[in-house]
Write a protein that binds this ligand. Structure first.
Ligand code: CA
Length: 226
């Protein structure tokens, strides 16, 4: 049984999440503040952390930062609709996904399952990445879509590889820029949009209505996980 650490200071939400996770077959441990969360994470080694960003004292971003210093446990942030900047910072600190409040517990459970699946799949590594109709041969730097080879530039290849390696994972523009150049300057983040446009033109059945490389409004991009 997988164990989820739920970090939430609002008892009502914590109870709701706990009940749903139990029903869905997860074991649940709980913390109502950041420092308890950190010590539970160390002591109990949960498979997943559901982390409210708005916590008293140490906030969720500080918790994420401290967790990531020593652990790659999957983290799903719970954020208020107004916390868009925090969501982006959280993703850049290494959180895996977010759910916006008010959320349906059903959606949260689906996200938890998706992130756990992804975490398991990433362990494999491998030289060939397959995502939907896209196949990426890393050593040969070759991409095919439905077995047809497509020619991508170096940057387009690197970007697509990052996205397709973890379908469903949301990347901010800064993270994608890091993936391409190893360094990120905010003024260049829009260049990511230009690369994405080119990738879509080359791999999407209908580039105007992308079904593979999806835009996450206000945040960045992800490869479809459907
Ligand atoms: Ca809260």
């Amino acid at each position: 049984m997988k164990t989820v650490l739920v970090v939430e200071d609002e008892m009502k939400i914590a109870r709701l999440v706990r009940d749903y996770l139990h029903q869905a077959g997860f074991a649940v441990i709980e913390a109502a503040d950041g420092s308890t969360a950190l010590s539970l994470a160390r002591a109990e080694r949960p498979d997943m952390i559901v982390l409210d960003l708005g916590l008293p004292g140490m906030d969720g971003l500080d918790v994420t930062r401290q967790l990531r210093a020593s652990s790659s446990v999957p983290i799903i942030m719970l954020t208020a609709r107004s916390e868009e900047t925090d969501r982006i910072v959280g993703l850049e600190l290494g959180a895996d996904d977010y759910v916006t409040k008010p959320f349906s517990p059903k959606e949260l459970v689906a996200r938890i399952r998706a992130v756990l699946r992804r975490a398991d799949a990433t362990l494999g590594g491998g030289e060939i990445v397959k995502a939907g109709p896209v196949e990426i041969d890393i050593p040969k730097r070759r991409v095919t879509v439905d077995d047809e080879q497509v020619d991508l530039t170096g940057s387009e290849f690197d970007l697509l590889l990052v996205l397709a390696r973890q379908p469903g994972r949301i990347y901010t523009r800064a993270q994608l820029l890091d993936a391409v150049h190893g360094v990120s300057f905010e003024s260049y983040e829009r260049s990511v949009d230009a690369h994405i446009k080119n990738i879509r033109r080359k791999i999407e059945p209908d580039p105007k209505r992308p079904s593979l490389v999806l835009t996450v409004y206000g945040v960045g991009y992800k490869f479809t996980d459907e």
